[in-house]
Design a protein around this ligand. Structure first.
Ligand SMILES: Cc1cc2nc3c(=O)[nH]c(=O)nc-3n(C[C@H](O)[C@H](O)[C@H](O)COP(=O)(O)OP(=O)(O)OC[C@H]3O[C@@H](n4cnc5c(N)ncnc54)[C@H](O)[C@@H]3O)c2cc1C
Length: 461
């Protein structure tokens, strides 16, 4: 085992170009981007698009895609499911503008892959948001009501039969479909972005870890990048930055992938690229792959103390057996299909479950974009636009965007956050277990579970 995700292993084999060099010594650039995931690379491309003369350097501690961008579920989702929160924070008009832009981003990613010859297995077959217990039924109602209030109807309501048919299991007892969503092989997308960024003249240094932000740029392990502007695109690792620490909780998400069994999948009507998730807070999310596997993930794993992303967030999933058991519970007809691989990775959960952008108070030349909360594959394209506008000092719809006003809310300080996080997560697990069994959790458990921040799907009040 390489210790990487199945996706990144596949993508690195396909990627004949090899690693970019590590930085040893000093270089100068107009902009230094820290982090070579989707956010860093979309930002680099956007900067070069807007100003072809700009000199952009990306420093990446691992290889591009070594973080969450090479390990995620490959759901390319819009922010329609977050509309209620967007509306509460930013009002009808801005919420609609941002949500529509996030839906357009899905289509734009497909078009970008087509244009640039990136075969990231982009399949625009929609997102199925389902209930797999009575308690989950109608989890989408408040979101649909908020959308209805502004005349938007991006979701199709399905009959129970249709939800079960599209989901490939009678465990799906209700559901709605958001047709604009897609799935990708996530690591092929991030490695494709890297290739295009190199072709556009972006200089990328892999295996180059930033050790310190400086007034003149960025210090890395074996050198320096002098740059007037810096972009911090380090996802969960940004929780190490003092100013951002209280605005992020780092929690793992875990995935397993089966051996290929495509003929059986297609026979059972689940051969397309639809992305599926249930309505738990410790969300189950799953999709088939082009080579006939199922990749099945679960949120709510390892919690980081004080935002420190240690080795527990890399390699095989410590919860692989639990995740596989959940897959077999929802798809008992495939219980005999062997699991081929598992992996884990960090999620940068914000208070609102939306990302936030801004400039560091201690380092005003540094723009950041973090808090993706498990929904960054599609929206990171918009993140690149916002970060490019902040970096170039533009006064436009992206620099003025509601999301670009810094963090909204703070989590409690440590150690209360870590200890409280464990208590709340255990309560959510107990509540959702009771829901699955058709029982009702006790009052204390329900009250504690209610303190959890929203996940992939929103928490209704
Ligand atoms: C298991 C899992 C499943 C997920 N599923 C989905 C999904 O299906 N759909 C979805 O939309 N989202 C999903 N997400 C979230 C999504 O992957 C992220 O929101 C997205 O990849 C964020 O992109 P990024 O560029 O900010 O982060 P990353 O890809 O993590 O990039 C940050 C990079 O910064 C680098 N870095 C960190 N510190 C330093 C340093 N000091 N110096 C230099 N480089 C540094 C890291 O090595 C990393 O490569 C999932 C995440 C995980 C972990």
């Amino acid at each position: 085992m390489s210790g990487r995700s199945l996706w990144l292993d596949e993508a690195l084999v396909a990627d004949a170009g090899g690693a970019a060099p590590a930085l040893a010594g000093d270089v100068k650039a107009d902009v230094c981007i820290v982090g070579g995931g989707y956010v860093g690379l979309w930002t680099a491309l956007e900067l070069r698009e807007r100003d072809p003369g700009i000199d952009v350097v990306v420093v990446e501690a691992d290889v591009c895609g070594g973080g969450a961008s090479g390990r995620n579920g490959g759901f390319v989702l819009s922010w329609w499911a977050k509309f209620k929160t967007l509306r509460a924070l930013y009002g009808d008009e801005e919420a609609l503008r941002v949500a529509e832009a996030s839906a357009d981003a899905v289509t734009e990613i497909g078009a970008f892959c087509e244009r640039e010859g990136i075969d990231a297995h982009f399949r625009p077959d929609g997102w199925l948001w389902t209930a797999t217990s009575d308690a989950q039924r109608g989890a989408w109602k408040a979101t649909l009501a908020a959308l209805d209030a502004v005349g938007a109807s991006p979701f199709e309501e399905l009959s129970p039969e249709e939800a079960a048919r599209r989901g490939g299991s009678s465990m799906h007892v209700a559901g709605v479909l958001e047709p604009t969503a897609a799935t990708v092989q996530p690591a092929l997308l991030v490695r494709g972005l890297r290739r295009v960024a190199l072709e556009r003249g972006v200089r990328i240094f892999e295996r180059t870890r930033m050790t310190r932000l400086e007034p003149w740029g960025v210090r890395v392990e074996a050198g320096r990048v002098a740059a007037e502007r810096v972009v911090l695109a380090t996802n969960a690792w940004a929780a190490a930055v003092r100013e951002l620490r209280r605005s992020l909780v780092v929690i793992a998400s875990d995935m397993v992938a089966t051996e290929p069994f495509g003929e059986r999948l297609a026979r059972d009507g689940w051969g397309d690229g639809v992305a599926i998730s249930d309505s738990r807070l410790l969300v189950n999310y799953f999709r088939s792959t082009l080579d006939g596997r199922v990749a099945f993930g679960r949120g709510g794993g390892t919690l980081a103390f004080s935002g420190r992303v240690g080795s527990a967030f890399d390699g095989e999933s410590p919860r692989a057996d639990d995740v596989a058991a959940e897959w077999r519970r929802l798809y008992p007809q495939f219980a005999d299909v062997p699991i081929a691989a598992s992996w884990t990775g960090p999620i940068d959960r914000s208070v609102t479950s939306l990302p936030f952008f801004g400039r560091l108070r201690a380092h005003p030349h540094v723009a950041y974009g973090v808090g993706w909360s498990g929904n960054g594959v599609g929206p990171s394209l918009l993140g690149g636009r916002i970060l490019a506008s902040l970096t170039l000092g533009a006064d436009d719809e992206w620099s003025r965007c509601g999301l670009a006003r810094g963090p909204v809310g703070r989590f409690p300080p440590e150690p209360a956050r870590f200890l409280g996080g464990h208590v709340v997560r255990a309560a959510v697990a107990r509540k959702e277990q009771a829901d699955d069994e058709g029982a009702r959790a006790d009052r204390v458990t329900r009250a504690l579970a209610g303190l959890a921040p929203a996940g992939l799907v929103p928490v209704d009040d």
